[in-house]
Each structure stands twice: as structure tokens, then as C-alpha cells.
Ligand binder design. Structure first.
Ligand code: F6R
Length: 243
């Protein structure tokens, strides 16, 4: 894993947006894996500015979201369908048909879940996967204990993750679904390049464990030590416990 420590979130997001834009110019049909959550929002906004400024062709890109809650309707403002629409599809001015989001029935592991990895493979595989990280080290919604070879699957969210994500919901933690469908760690590790962004002191333990502890299922972020081309973009607070 390569590590870039930037003075703040603004500098880190600018570097990530620039890398994304370089990729899109170099490979107009690139396949990009997109995370939700608060961490990548600024990078997406800065990428949208660059696309506008350079009149960059985005018509052949494909996007694959990392995850989606189970049991929230897609028009709920916090469903990842809605979030990706708001933060990626609309600002980047891509057609919704270019954007894929994993799906599942209400509590089902059947159906579209298992086709997601096939859809990624048919698109040529993910060129660049963006990731955030949870305080407990989750990537996507792969919580501690997820096998490193897991494909896209349905998993339960931990109470900590539900509590952390309750900040987006008016109704508090009760409103945060207990299950989600997520690209597996196995899916993530197949991407050709990966970028993990983390900002703020709350992420410092997860970042230290991901980089400095041996890879283990209890530390999902540590699986990225096995990725062939992964870079962490950190602000100083998130990097503060890395030695
Ligand atoms: C989002 C996702 C999660 C988040 C993580 C951090 O698609 O897969 O792993 O990246 O929960 O969330 P934020 O960025 O809100 O701190």
C-alpha cells in the first residue's frame, strides 16, 4: 500500500479528483468503483468541476457503486441509489444507465446480488475503485469477520456502523437498515487500482490497523495490503497513529 499524507481533506480530495480525471482522459471507457458516505463527496465535486472545465467526454464511462442498504426504497434520500445520483450521476452529467448499484430484495441473498460481480467482469473489471473506511475498519459494508475472498453479498451492519451512519437519518439509528448488499472484499481486491480516502482523527485507529497490523479478517481494511496497486490518501489527523 502506498500512503499519501496531505495537509487536509481539501488537498487530498484535489489529488484524488485529478487522478480520476487523468484516468478518464486516458481511458474514456474506464470502469470506476464509487463509494458513498461523506469522505469522497468533495473529490466527486472537484471531479465534476474538472469535467466541466475541460469538456471531458464521460459518455463511455461505467460506474459501479460499492454497496446499498436493504429495505430502503430507492427514492429514500439516504438510499445509496439516491446518494450516488446526487453526488455522482447528476454532477458528472452521466446517463443513469452508466451507473450500476448492487441490489437485493428486502432480505434476500438471491437474485441480482450474485450477478453484480458478473456485471463488473462483463464491463472489463474495475479500473479504479474508490473506498472510504469505517471506524471499525470496514470497507464497503464488509464488516470485521468478512472473508477476504467474499464476492458481492448481503451482510449485517454492526451497531457501531449503524450508529455512525445514523447522522444521515432524521429518525436516528432505528431508521438505519440492519442489512446491506456490498461488493465483497474479493470483488474489491480484483480492481486494477484502488484509492482509499480517510479524514479525521476518528479514522486514525482503523488506518493504523489497516496499514500496520498483519492482514486479518477482523481488520477488513488490512486486506488492502494484498491489493496490487492501492494508495491511501489521508489527512494528518487520519494518519496520526501511523508510525
Ligand atoms: C460507503 C461505504 C463505507 C464508507 C465508510 C466511511 O459506500 O462503503 O465503507 O466508506 O462507512 O463512511 P464516511 O465516509 O461517511 O465516514
Amino acid at each position: 500500500v502506498k500512503v499519501k499524507i496531505l495537509p487536509d481533506k481539501e488537498h487530498a480530495s484535489e489529488e484524488v479528483a485529478q487522478r480520476l480525471h487523468d484516468l478518464i482522459v486516458e481511458k474514456p471507457n474506464a470502469v470506476i468503483g464509487v463509494a458513498t458516505g461523506s469522505t469522497p463527496e468533495l473529490a466527486y465535486a472537484l471531479l465534476a468541476d474538472k469535467i466541466q472545465e475541460h469538456n471531458t467526454d464521460v459518455s463511455q464511462l461505467q460506474f459501479f457503486a460499492l454497496d446499498e442498504y436493504i429495505g430502503l426504497s430507492w427514492d429514500h434520500p439516504e438510499s445509496y441509489h439516491a446518494v450516488i445520483n446526487r453526488t455522482v450521476t447528476e454532477p458528472l452529467k452521466v446517463d443513469p444507465s452508466q451507473v450500476h448499484i448492487p441490489e437485493a430484495g428486502d432480505d434476500s441473498t438471491e437474485g441480482p446480488v450474485r450477478y453484480y460481480d458478473e456485471k463488473i467482469a462483463e464491463a472489463g473489471g474495475i479500473d479504479l475503485q474508490l473506498l472510504g473506511i469505517g471506524r471499525n475498519g470496514h470497507i464497503g459494508f464488509n464488516e470485521p469477520g468478512t472473508p477476504f475472498d467474499a464476492p458481492t453479498h448481503v451482510g449485517a451492519l454492526t451497531e457501531l456502523t449503524r450508529k455512525d451512519n445514523s447522522r444521515f437519518f432524521d429518525g436516528g439509528v432505528e431508521e438505519v437498515p440492519p442489512l446491506a448488499v456490498t461488493q465483497g472484499i474479493g470483488t474489491i481486491l480484483k480492481s486494477r487500482q484502488a484509492i482509499l480516502m480517510a479524514f479525521g482523527e476518528a479514522k486514525a485507529d482503523a488506518i493504523r490497523d489497516s496499514l500496520q497490523e498483519p492482514p486479518a479478517e477482523e481488520r477488513p481494511g488490512s486486506s488492502l495490503q494484498m491489493h496490487s496497486d492501492c494508495t491511501f490518501y489521508l489527512d494528518e489527523a487520519a494518519a496520526s497513529k501511523v508510525e
